[in-house]
Design a protein around this ligand. Structure first.
Ligand code: NDP
Length: 443
């Protein structure tokens, strides 16, 4: 049987170019070395060797015709990573940077995140290198229809249930669902994030951002602090960022800066969220428009948003966006807490700087689990053909996020790593999946 070191060599040999995937695996394996002393069977029974290998990886051609009548070809992906706890579950990302490494890292993280929610969901992820920016509604629709024409044969309400992620919001989920229904001739709850009149759940839109703040508040309260009165910086201005800002404001915090890939805005009086939502969700414009329409605000198209002083940083844009230089600047400004809304937004070197300087640091696989948790609640409502009220779903979300915090922090403590939520999340998530895999035999 392989040692942990031999296993690492095999993983590197099998995935030589998959930088992001190797980064995500390395972090989990580092945490698990603490478990293997007590549980050598996870190595001996090949649990670790199986958990790092997707059950199935799909790559497919997505041809579509643009508004000028030209044929365009993109690449589609779905990685069905692990189904030990339930149907594969995880979002679809449409962004030009998408490749198999990014989809595999996201799918791998999703296994443990979904396990932490306590709901019956396996891990998966998918997407395409299609860039929705600047495309017409008709082009988006034709692309989504072509993408689903292939994907439809691989997914189903008891098999694989995709959702949104970067570049995939309510509009795209609608087009994807319409095409699935047409091909399969069935009205299945096969995607989450659906419209409210056709099977969607209240709070799903807000869930990741709200959940991030519920988690952050639980973490702060455990240290006799709270979000009230704190200065907050949030990167991104998409789904996660906007609803993190909304809940942060409701909890009495002041959000002073947000961004998109073109730069960042600073508004020391506090971001006017109604204006930002109008610019981003309705007009689909770039973030500099905010500073044009709100005179006291400024727009910066160079430099890093993390160089601004704040009490709490919530990275909510994309992977590896917060570097060691950013972390050092935040520490120099006495940041109290950093909680991830995005997946793996903080580089390993930056995490090390936070942890060695006593900053409360929440890894995305725990702190951004609210989105998938509410997707799980959407699946439960679909199965029962019921719709719960906003208050009911919100209350369940809040409870799930608090439970995740306590589960993760207690696990860290049990393994002698007080306040190391990275270790806590990786171990707590892994143990659930590993035990289910043991019980299900070598499959
Ligand atoms: P959106 O597409 O709604 O928003 C993404 C935001 O991040 C946009 O403001 C975008 O700017 C910015 N961004 C994206 N890529 C880059 C980049 N390479 N450099 C700088 N800025 C970038 O996506 P979401 O809000 O849904 O997702 C954000 C993060 O949260 C992702 O990491 C995702 O995996 C994670 N997440 C999302 C969940 C969900 O429920 N939606 C659940 C859990 C995690 P621009 O518009 O200029 O590209």
């Amino acid at each position: 049987m392989k040692t942990l070191e031999q296993l690492k060599q095999t993983i590197m040999k099998r995935n030589p170019n998959d930088e992001e995937f190797l980064q995500a695996v390395d972090e989990v394996l580092q945490s698990l070395s603490l478990v293997l002393n007590k549980h050598p069977e996870f190595l001996n029974e090949g649990i670790l060797e199986r958990i790092v290998e997707p059950e199935r990886q799909l790559m497919f051609r997505v041809p579509w015709v643009d508004d000028q009548g030209n044929v365009q070809v993109n690449r589609g992906y779905r990685v069905e990573f692990n189904s030990a706890l339930g149907p594969y579950k995880g979002g679809l990302r449409f962004h030009p940077s998408v490749n198999i490494s990014i989809i595999k890292f996201l799918g791998f993280e999703q296994i443990f995140k979904n396990a932490l929610t306590g709901l019956a969901m396996g891990g998966g992820k998918g997407g395409s290198d299609f860039d929705p920016k600047g495309k017409s509604d008709q082009e988006i629709m034709r692309f989504c229809q072509s993408f689903m024409t292939e994907l439809a044969r691989h997914i189903g309400p008891d098999t694989d249930v995709p959702a949104g992620d970067i570049g995939v919001g309510a509009r795209e989920i609608g087009y994807l669902f319409g095409q699935y229904k047409r091909i399969r001739n069935a009205f299945h709850g096969v995607l989450t994030g659906k419209g409210l009149t056709w099977g969607g759940s209240l709070v799903r839109t807000q869930a990741t951002g709200y959940g991030l703040c519920y988690f952050t508040e639980a973490m702060l309260q455990d240290h006799n602090q709270s979000m009230k009165g704190k200065k907050i910086i949030i990167s991104g201005s998409g789904n996660v960022a906007i609803y993190a800002a909304e809940k942060a404001q409701q909890l009495g915090a002041c959000v002073i800066a947000m961004s998109d890939s073109s730069g960042y805005i600073v508004d020391e009086q506090g971001i006017d969220l109604a204006l930002l939502k109008d610019i981003k969700e309705v007009r689909r414009e770039r973030i500099h428009v905010y500073a044009q329409e709100k005179t006291n605000a400024s727009f910066h198209n160079s430099g890093s948003i993390w160089q601004i002083a704040c009490d709490i940083a919530l990275p909510c844009a994309t992977q590896n966006e917060l570097t060691k230089e950013d972390a050092q600047a935040l520490v120099n400004h006495h940041v109290l807490a950093v909680a991830e809304g995005a997946n793996m937004p903080t580089t390993p070197e930056a995490i090390e700087i936070f942890q060695s300087n006593g900053v409360l640091y929440a890894p995305g696989k725990a702190s951004n689990a609210g989105g998938v948790a509410t997707s799980g609640l959407e699946m439960a409502q679909n199965a029962a053909r019921l719709s719960w009220s906003f208050e009911e779903v919100d209350q369940r979300l809040q409870q799930i996020m608090q439970d995740i915090y306590y589960q993760v922090s207690q696990t860290a403590r049990q393994y002698g790593k007080e306040d190391n939520l990275v270790v806590g999340a990786n171990i707590a998530g892994f143990l659930k999946v590993a035990k289910a895999m043991q019980e299900q035999g070598v499959v």
